[in-house]
Design a protein around this ligand. Structure first.
Ligand code: 13P
Length: 260
């Protein structure tokens, strides 16, 4: 199943960082550094930066998206943002189910499933985050956690071509404790097999699965060389053009980070 050649993707998740001016400056500085040889580059920016960043990214290879949305198309939900508003502002994709939303905002798989369906209806590509916490890993529950998250978050979602799965073990996020390429590969392979069994083999072969959790220039190449790791979801290291572009250029010998 690993013979399938999938494209590579690097997504920066800025979380709650960067003003409008900082976002636009970042896009303007990064875009000339990206070539056709590089992976696809997506930036998940704060809501306030979606429109200006999309305008700055027009005619470049950078794709702008959001980090969350509501499951309703509109309504009396103070403080929430609808998928159609993201599309209207220029977003092409949305991250859903990030562990920070599951932990701090108590999002459940059921709620995430509703958002996934709404986002796909609105024409947004979905980056669905899944991953176990440290206790679950230590207790040998990683596979069952991943299985449940995939099954419940993707319930009644038959078309997976607009879904990217992001395996983000919670113990690796912002912790400087990256999963080894072998640990990540094992989890990615498991997820792909699970998709093959519960959807079909072709969909599993085509599904992009990316890794997230303390990704840096020093570990990007080894992770991306694994057969089932198709991309990286980068938090902290996506906030600086210099550092993020080293991750994008993971194949380059000039990338000093890869010599470490
Ligand atoms: P860090 O790269 O800062 O560990 O964050 C990972 C993450 O949560 C990306 O969505």
């Amino acid at each position: 199943m690993n013979e399938m050649k999938r494209s590579k993707i690097v997504i920066g998740n800025w979380k709650m960082y960067k003003t409008i001016e900082e976002s636009v400056a970042f896009v303007e500085e990064l875009s000339p550094l990206i070539s056709d040889q590089d992976p696809m580059v997506y930036l998940a920016v704060p809501f306030t930066s979606i429109k200006p960043a999309s305008e700055a990214a027009k005619d470049t290879q950078i794709v702008i998206g959001a980090q969350n949305m509501n499951d309703a198309s509109e309504g009396a939900f103070t403080g929430e943002v609808a998928g159609q508003m993201l599309v209207n502002a220029g977003a092409k994709f949305v991250i859903l189910g990030h562990s920070e939303r599951r932990i701090f905002f108590k999002e459940t798989n059921e709620f995430i499933n509703k958002k996934v369906k709404r986002a796909l209806e609105e024409g947004l590509r979905v980056v669905l985050c899944i991953g176990e916490n440290l206790t679950e890993r230590e207790e040998g529950k990683t596979h069952s956690v991943l299985e449940t998250q995939i099954k419940e978050c993707l319930a009644d979602v038959n078309q997976l071509e607009n879904v990217i799965l992001a395996y983000e073990p919670i113990w690796a996020i912002g912790s400087h404790q990256t999963a080894t390429p072998e640990i990540a590969q094992e989890a990615h392979f498991f997820c792909r097999e699970f998709i093959a069994q519960n959807w079909n083999q072709e969909q599993a072969n085509q599904l992009m699965i990316q890794y997230g959790g303390s990704v840096k220039p020093e570990n990007a190449k080894a992770l991306l060389e694994q057969p089932d790791i198709d991309g990286l979801l980068v938090g902290g290291a996506s906030l600086s053009v210099e550092v993020f572009s080293k991750i994008i250029h993971y194949q380059s010998d000039l990338n000093l980070g890869n010599h470490l």
